[in-house]
Design a protein around this ligand. Structure first.
Ligand code: AMP
Length: 294
């Protein structure tokens, strides 16, 4: 595995790969890697000749009171995991290299960027899409792989690629859960032995929504109410939103269908967690560590 630092080095490496007729697959991350990230590498590997992973904690997508400064970082460990997973080029640009001058032009994520995560984290998706566009411009991938864990982000990246005519295929990989059902996230490290059991109310709530759907509920409100009731029972958990989302428009919908997402965000102590499930597939449709599908 080759490690590159500057945008210029990365650009040259990609250009050389393209000249050699090799297809570049790209996995952007913020590091502190887990099996969710590594599953994206395997997905990229399957359709590319060269797999590039970036590790960049993007200040532009964090609000002033968010966890940018304390976001977990461990480059040595990440490097070992990325190499084992089959990454060919690991790119770890410093902040000053990505933003040598204040970003004068940013991407407007539009109406979908203003709801759900965007309503709670103003400016978040403008920051995400701006850095993703910069990363795409430097890596020049043929395919980029995102995780369904961040379903709204994946939808917005798809919209950006479509609306700006970028010649990049966007693949969305399945959501990977820990053995206990919690969606893997770098931020799970914030959960101590007291908070983690409370956090498990999130996948449990989504499963309850799926159960209501399976029992025949087709009104979004009824599915949401079923999920909400689980979260309401747990002390120390605050629900930020639970919504049934249309998979094509990524807007909240009144009708629950097998392809709809049931997406939720909660706060457990100081930590925000997000999760989602596809109603027709259920939590058991996701990848589970230690389970049969891993
Ligand atoms: P992050 O480092 O959190 O910005 O995530 C980088 C990429 O990994 C994004 O495309 C995420 O959606 C994806 N990802 C993070 N957690 C998971 C997970 N549990 N399952 C699948 N993909 C994930």
């Amino acid at each position: 595995m080759r490690v590159v630092i500057t945008p210029e080095e990365m650009y040259e490496a990609s250009l050389a790969a393209a000249r050699a007729g090799r297809r570049v697959g790209f996995v952007p991350t913020m590091g502190y890697l887990h099996q969710g990230h590594l599953s994206l590498v395997r997905a990229a590997r399957a359709t590319s000749d060269v797999v590039v992973m970036s590790i960049f904690v993007n200040p532009l997508q964090f609000g002033p009171n968010e966890d940018f400064a304390r976001y977990p970082r461990d480059l040595a460990r990440d490097q070992a995991l990325a190499e084992q997973a089959g990454v060919d080029v690991l790119w770890t640009p410093p902040t000053e290299a990505m933003y040598p001058t204040p970003q004068a032009v940013t991407v407007d994520p539009g109406p979908v960027g203003a709801i759900l995560e965007g309503a709670i984290r103003p400016g978040h998706f403008a920051g995400v899409l701006t850095v993703v566009l910069k990363l795409f411009a430097i890596v020049q991938p043929r395919v980029a792989v995102f995780g369904r864990k961040d379903a709204q982000q994946a939808a917005l990246v798809r919209f950006m690629v479509r609306d700006f005519n970028l010649a990049i295929e966007i693949a969305v990989a399945p959501l990977v859960r820990d053995v206990d059902g919690l969606a893997l996230s770098s931020r799970n490290v914030y959960l101590d032995a007291l908070l983690r059991p409370k956090a498990l109310a999130l996948p449990r709530a989504l499963a309850r929504g799926v159960a209501a759907f399976r029992a025949g509920e087709r009104k979004a409100g009824s599915v949401i109410a079923a999920a909400w009731s689980v979260l309401g029972e747990v002390e120390g958990v605050t629900t930020e939103y639970i919504n049934v989302i249309d998979p094509d428009t990524f807007l909240p919908s009144h009708a629950a269908t097998p392809r709809s997402y049931l997406a939720a965000a909660i706060r457990v102590g100081p930590t925000r967690l997000i999760d989602n499930v596809i109603l027709g597939e259920g939590i058991e449709g996701d990848v589970r560590l230690g389970g049969l599908s891993e």
